[in-house]
Ligand binder design. Structure first.
Ligand SMILES: Nc1ncnc2c1ncn2[C@@H]1O[C@H](COP(=O)(O)OP(=O)(O)OP(=O)(O)O)[C@@H](O)[C@H]1O
Ligand SMILES: [Mg+2]
Length: 313
């Protein structure tokens, strides 16, 4: 074991949209909107500087999510450093269904792993903590796998449970896929949205949902003509509509115009999956959002295909 590196590491972690309609708690898509974390080992104490989203939230440094993730990462790689200094530049809005908690957790874990790899003089960060362990730690902290898996892998992911642990299938979505995110003014905590879900759903709804989830994978990987049908959900959006009526109204208005739209994660953002040569583009989404009432921020994005990464080696 050598000494802790003096140099900082920089990690970028993408926003993610989970569920995508019928893929409740199993589908995730990484988006080209990022949190950037620069972290270094300090002589003592914990210092956190935040610009952008969440800069006005005054978490105690040791409770801050990036720091908690770094602590978990250091614990899994041989021990804590004497101090940590972190600087966060956040573009992912927090509490809007765009995976900000997953981005913070993944960024913290990857930063800690990169610093620990420097200390161990490891050839690769994965030598001190395999990718599967990073995923497992991230899932433990986040409580569900879809956002963290998409944040780590990029692209389109399907998560599933196996006897041996969490499985992740990563797929390459259509290159022409152009996600447009609509964000309202007020956030909704994931916990609030989860409470609105029933314990049981009718079998007919579960069957209909399976068909749509299967269609959605076909649509996202090669059949954009199936996107509108493939984004219809029977498991969660209707139950949450009352907790976010403006979101439900915008999804309905976009879908009525032939644009495949879903609630992003637990909401309240709306994700429209536009594709060149299919109905609707970012301008049309913005026009419909403008008519839907309430101030919507409309962000035309791309799919992030790389996933979270440490910059500059
Ligand atoms: N970059 C960040 N740095 C520190 N804490 C963060 C960061 N991003 C999110 N958080 C914490 O996570 C909370 C938001 O998590 P929550 O899961 O409710 O929303 P989300 O992750 O933005 O959306 P969703 O999980 O529905 O996709 C924030 O209130 C904050 O406490
Ligand atoms: Mg979250």
């Amino acid at each position: 074991m050598t000494s802790w590196p003096g140099q900082p590491v920089t990690v970028v972690a993408p926003a993610t949209s989970a569920n995508l309609g019928p893929g409740f708690d199993s589908l995730g898509l990484a988006l080209s909107l990022y949190d950037t974390v620069q972290a270094r080992v300090a002589e003592s104490g914990v210092a956190v500087r935040v610009t952008g989203m969440g800069a006005d939230q005054a978490d105690r440094p040791d409770r801050q999510l990036v720091i908690r993730a770094m602590r978990a990462g250091f614990a899994a790689t041989g021990g804590q450093p004497p101090g940590i200094t972190v600087s966060c530049r956040n573009d992912v809005p927090q509490g809007f269904g765009l995976g900000s908690s997953a981005a913070a957790i993944v960024a913290g874990l990857l930063a800690a792993r990169a610093l620990a790899a420097g200390r161990a003089a490891a050839a690769e960060p994965a030598d001190v903590l395999p990718d599967a362990e990073v995923l497992r730690l991230a899932c433990d902290m986040e409580g569900h796998p879809d956002n963290v898996a998409a944040c780590l892998a990029g692209g389109l992911i399907i998560t599933f449970d196996t006897a041996a642990g969490l499985g992740v299938a990563r797929l390459e979505p259509l290159p022409a896929l152009a996600p447009v995110v609509c964000t309202p003014a007020t956030p909704v905590a994931t916990k609030t949205a989860r409470k609105a879900l029933p314990e049981q759903v009718p079998h007919a709804d579960a069957a209909a949902n399976s068909a749509r989830a299967a269609l959605l994978i076909a649509a996202l990987t090669g059949r954009p003509d199936l996107l509108l049908a493939g984004t219809e959900d029977f498991l969660h959006q209707r139950y949450r509509a009352a907790t976010m009526p403006e979101t439900a109204a915008l999804v309905t208005a976009l879908r009525a115009a032939g644009i495949p739209a879903v609630v992003s994660g637990a909401g309240p953002s709306v994700l429209a999956l536009t594709v060149a040569d299919r109905p609707g583009d970012a301008a049309e989404v913005a026009r419909i959002a403008g008519l839907a009432g309430g101030p919507w921020r409309v962000l035309p994005l791309r799919v992030d295909v790389e996933g979270a990464r440490v910059l500059g080696g």
